[in-house]
Design a protein around this ligand. Structure first.
Ligand code: SF4
Ligand code: SF4
Length: 221
């Protein structure tokens, strides 16, 4: 998802092995990043697979419970559906804690970091305006993300980003309303709706990605 990035935030870029001053001492009393977030908590296929597993439900079940679809750069993607005027996350409990902390979405793990994609890879940066709570402590980014199989996760993040970019570019270049619709439906069905089985998620993602890439290649001829 393309978001407005403040130039100053890009002065320092980080790898997951770096330390960054993002440790949020205010987290015990503050839940600002779980409220008023609009449609910005967009979920990738891994987020959805982890939510399905954690909540013992299907994509259709998640749609009823907590998701909605909205176009992001022209592609229909699921996001957490916030509640009420305060736009409160449905998983924020009365103690102002995340009730799905173990399988919270990737964007929640990332906040207040962002990713900048360049030259076939990405690096992290701090979105200083997103969380103004001070003081902050230095934390290793890999620890902040708190996700297993980090190398595979980062490969997945990059490949998913590149796929969305390729699909977006195709819909813009082809200017074909039906093709745009079909690609959106196919992307949703094959990466979100079709259940992932008990095998490693990343293996299954790679299989689906390879198929989608073939399809895009055929369509671009
Ligand atoms: S807004 Fe900042 S201080 Fe508040 S919970 Fe989120 S990361 Fe922590
Ligand atoms: S899923 Fe958890 S961390 Fe993410 S916005 Fe909701 S309550 Fe906050």
């Amino acid at each position: 998802m393309r978001r407005e990035i403040l130039a100053g935030d890009l002065e320092k870029l980080y790898l997951a092995t770096d330390m960054a001053k993002i440790g949020c001492g205010g987290c015990r009393d503050c839940c600002d990043c779980c409220m008023g977030m609009g449609q910005s908590i967009v979920l990738d296929p891994l987020d959805v697979q982890r939510l399905e597993k954690g909540l013992q439900t299907s994509f259709a079940g998640l749609m009823e419970l907590c998701l909605e679809l909205h176009p992001v750069d022209g592609i229909l993607l699921p996001n957490l559906r916030m509640e009420g005027e305060a736009e409160k996350c449905p998983f924020l409990n009365e103690e102002k804690r995340c009730s799905i902390h173990a399988f919270r979405p990737g964007l929640c793990r990332l906040f207040p970091l962002g990713r900048i994609y360049e030259n076939g890879s990405f690096r992290y940066f701090i979105q200083h305006q997103e969380c103004r709570m001070q003081p902050k402590t230095k934390v290793k980014i890999s620890r902040w993300l708190d996700i297993g199989q980090l190398a595979q996760y980062e490969t997945f993040v990059l490949e998913w980003h590149q796929l969305l970019e390729a699909v977006g570019e195709m819909t813009v270049s082809q200017r074909d309303e039906q093709l745009t619709k079909d690609l959106n439906v196919y992307l949703l069905e094959s990466f979100y709706q079709k259940p992932y089985d008990g095998r490693d998620f990343y293996i299954q993602f790679e299989e689906r990605l390879a198929y989608m890439k073939k399809l895009l290649k055929i369509l671009s001829r």
